[in-house]
Every structure is written in structure tokens, then in C-alpha cells.
Design a protein around this ligand. Structure first.
Ligand SMILES: Nc1nc2c(ncn2[C@@H]2O[C@H](COP(=O)(O)OP(=O)(O)OP(=O)(O)O)[C@@H](O)[C@H]2O)c(=O)[nH]1
Ligand SMILES: [Mg+2]
Length: 419
């Protein structure tokens, strides 16, 4: 029998670097998260280095002493690159690279890399490419020195516009052209989404957007409630593209649930910009379902990130139902609270426990958004009662001599049509 040969390529080894600016910050936790990100991107973090500084070094991110420490650590551990926990400026990137003489990456690059790996639909791919190019355009300058070297230009020699410089100009122009083209495609996508949204609001079926920190259990929830069959994995950013499915609540009320990309701390600005049309699903929803992994020790920070991202997207005034998820993994009896939410539910998307409570909460909030009517319709206005049945909640209908007596809750959008 043939022997099994391990053909998996050896993983790139990197050292993670963070800067702690106060005793109370969460640099270590952020680095642990970066370790997960790096793993998801396909590399291995062999060590973590934290420098305590009043502020990030403007020129090299970390100070000279730390740079030497990282250098010898890399030799010792066989690391071929470093990943910094904050987005580096073009200058920091260039300087650190020439000091360390190895590959320098930052948190943003790693996240962009994961997104690029995960993008399946053309919409997702366009959004990722736009974000990546905008990020690298700003940093092309950083490559100037190495490119001029390639072009055979000696440092300090006369005539700075060497062949390397020309190539750089060319690259920059090509990238700019491509960005213009991608922006056009992004505008198309946005238009398309807008259209789909108008269609939905014409149908008057309310929309609930499922939001939350990455890996909180959003897709698992959508699958559990609707058989959507969305990929749910113990990985960061398993979902990039929005999926919308209908569910029918106890009262017969229909709701569209939308699952979308998760949030993370230090979510790169270019990504937010490029993924705006995807992320904006939350902005146009009637209700936000905020999924929180309450078994995660970082829960409070994660909730904070979600709420600040929501306000950044202009979705801060929506009614929120918070689902404290993964209670099956919870070891304490103490239940977390969320003062920002209209309703709080505890449960597990995996086992299904507590999800009836979530449906009831949806029902309650939707009802509060509706108008109560009590009216007697003539027998020939069955069409209007049909409308109520379809979009509202028909509490009772009685056939009397005067007509059909109806008690119902209707969404304000169709109130005019049935009053
Ligand atoms: N124990 C437990 N695990 C859960 C529960 N809900 C989700 N998970 C697990 O958590 C992991 C992440 O779930 P997903 O549904 O992919 O999370 P997500 O929020 O969609 O994540 P992204 O799409 O990556 O942002 C998966 O391994 C799920 O099986 C739960 O209630 N209990
Ligand atoms: Mg998901």
C-alpha cells in the first residue's frame, strides 16, 4: 500500500505585533483575534509581540529596540513576515520593511485577503477588488524604492525618474483606471439593490436584517428559521453576500430575513466603503436582529463594535432585538443585558432553543409599527380584506347584516388603501 505523503505546502510563519497605549486597552485580545484572522488567511502566527508606547511610532509603528527584538525572534522561529495589528501608513509600511528586511503586513491586508478568498458572487468580487486596489494605490508609493532597484536605479544617482519610476506611474494609472471602472460597477450594484428594495417595500413585507460580530451565529440563525442553506462555519467572515428569505410568524405575518457580512473591530475603512451596498441592508431594514455570541469573553467589545458600525452606516435608529446566542455554551447563570435593544432574547441558533421568543419579539415590534383598525366593510370589498390578510394581521372578521366587521392591524403603508 502506498504511503500517504503530506503534500500540503508549508504554511507561511509570521509574528504578530501590537502596540498597547494604555494599561487598560485590549491589545492582547485584539492580537488573539488577529491570530484567528491570520489562520483563516492561511498563515501561522508563531509569536505575539506587544510594545507598550504612549502612541504608535509614526515612522515605524514600533520603536527601534522592538524592531531588533522582532528581528532576532524571526530568525529564531523561522518567521518570514510580520503582521501589525493596526493599519499601517504607507511610510510605516516602507520603513518597517526596510528595517526588518522581511514581508510586512497589517490587519487590513489580512482582512482584505480573507474577503478575497471568500468572495463568490460577482458582486462580492467587485467589492473586494475595489477595496484592495484603493488600499494598494495609497501604498504604491511605498514600493517606489524597491521598484527603482528593479529598474537598475542606484540610490542617490542622478535623475530620479528611472525606469522603475516610469513603471510605477504606469501601474498607478492602470490601477486608477480599474478603480474608476469598478466604481461604475459598484454604482450599478447599488442601483440594482435599490430597485430590489423598492420592490420589497411595494410588497409591504417588513424586512429584518440579521447583524452581528463575525462568527456570532447569524447564518446559523437564518438556516434554523428558514432552511436557507447558507454556509455557516466556525470561521471568520464565512458570509459575504447577503441572503434574504421569508418566514411566516404565528399570526400569519410574513417577514423577510436578511443575513449579511459580519462586523469586526478595526474593519478596514475601504471595505466599509466598497461593501456599502451590502452593509446598507441594515439601513433599509425595518428591524435589526442583533446576534451576539454570549459565550465569548469579548462580548461587550463586540457589541460595542456592532453598534458603532451601525451608526456609521446610518442605521442607528432602528428597533433592535438582541439575540444572546450560544447560551448552550454558557457556563454562568448570569445573563447578559443590552440596554440599547428594544427586546432581548436568550437562546441558541444551533439547538433552536429560545427562538420562539425571537419570533414573538419580532411580532411585537411589527405590531407596534402597525395601525389598529376596526371597520365594517360592504360585502363587495373583499379585495381590501384580502390586502389586510396578506400584509396585516386579521384579528377577526364577522359577517353581519351591515357587512363584514373587521378588526385588524395593518402596516401604515397600506392603511390608506383599506381605511
Ligand atoms: N454552540 C453553539 N454554536 C453555535 C450556535 N450558533 C452558531 N454556532 C456556531 O458558530 C459558528 C459560526 O456560525 P455562523 O452562523 O457561521 O456565524 P456568522 O455570524 O454567520 O459568521 P460570519 O458569516 O463569519 O460573520 C459555527 O461553527 C456555528 O455552528 C449556538 O447557538 N451554539
Ligand atoms: Mg455567516
Amino acid at each position: 500500500m502506498a504511503e500517504m505523503i503530506d503534500t500540503a505546502p508549508e504554511m507561511e510563519k509570521v509574528i504578530l505585533i501590537g502596540v498597547s497605549t494604555s494599561d487598560t486597552d485590549d491589545t492582547l485580545q485584539s492580537l488573539e483575534e488577529l491570530e484567528d484572522l491570520v489562520k483563516t488567511a492561511g498563515a501561522e502566527a508563531v509569536d505575539k509581540v506587544i510594545q507598550n508606547r504612549e502612541a504608535v511610532h509614526p515612522g515605524t509603528y514600533i520603536g527601534t529596540g522592538k524592531i531588533d527584538e522582532v528581528k532576532s525572534l524571526a530568525t529564531e522561529l523561522g518567521a518570514t513576515g510580520v503582521v501589525c495589528d493596526d493599519e499601517l501608513s504607507p511610510a510605516q509600511l516602507r520603513n518597517l520593511e526596510s528595517e526588518l528586511m522581511m514581508k510586512v503586513m497589517d490587519r487590513t491586508m489580512v482582512i482584505l485577503d480573507i474577503f478575497a478568498k471568500r468572495a463568490v458572487t460577482s458582486e462580492g468580487k467587485i467589492q473586494v477588488e475595489a477595496a484592495q486596489l484603493k488600499y494598494s494605490l495609497a501604498r504604491l508609493v511605498g514600493l517606489r524604492s524597491s521598484l527603482s532597484r528593479v529598474g537598475g536605479n542606484m540610490a542617490g544617482s542622478i535623475g530620479t525618474r528611472g525606469p522603475g519610476e516610469k513603471k510605477l506611474e504606469l501601474d498607478r494609472r492602470l490601477i486608477k483606471d480599474r478603480i474608476v471602472q469598478l466604481n461604475r460597477e459598484l454604482a450599478d450594484i447599488e442601483e440594482h439593490r435599490k430597485l430590489a428594495r423598492t420592490q420589497r417595500s411595494r410588497n409591504a413585507i417588513p424586512v429584518a436584517a440579521i447583524v452581528g460580530y463575525t462568527n456570532a451565529g447569524k447564518s446559523t440563525l437564518l438556516n434554523r428559521l428558514t432552511d436557507a442553506g447558507v454556509l455557516a462555519e466556525d470561521k471568520l467572515f464565512a458570509t459575504l453576500d447577503p441572503t434574504t428569505r421569508n418566514i411566516e410568524l404565528e399570526s400569519g405575518q410574513n417577514v423577510l430575513l436578511t443575513d449579511t457580512v459580519g462586523f469586526i473591530r478595526k474593519l478596514p475603512h475601504h471595505l466599509i466603503e466598497a461593501f456599502k451596498s451590502t452593509l446598507e441592508e441594515a439601513k433599509y431594514a425595518d428591524i435589526i436582529i442583533h446576534v451576539v455570541d454570549c459565550s465569548n469573553p469579548q462580548m461587550d467589545m463586540q457589541m460595542h463594535v456592532v453598534y458603532s458600525t451601525l451608526s456609521e452606516l446610518g442605521a442607528e435608529d432602528k428597533p433592535v432585538i438582541t439575540l444572546f446566542n450560544k447560551t448552550d455554551k454558557l457556563e454562568t447563570d448570569e445573563l447578559p443585558r443590552d440596554l440599547r435593544a428594544e427586546k432581548v432574547v436568550y437562546g441558541s441558533a444551533k439547538t433552536g432553543e429560545g427562538l420562539d421568543g425571537l419570533k414573538t419579539a419580532l411580532e411585537d415590534i411589527l405590531r407596534a409599527q402597525k395601525v389598529y383598525i376596526e371597520k365594517t366593510y360592504p360585502y363587495d370589498s373583499a379585495g381590501r380584506i384580502q390586502l389586510i390578510r396578506k400584509y396585516g394581521q386579521l384579528l377577526s372578521e364577522e359577517y353581519t347584516e351591515k357587512g363584514i366587521e373587521v378588526k385588524a392591524y395593518v402596516p401604515s403603508e397600506i392603511y390608506d388603501k383599506v381605511k
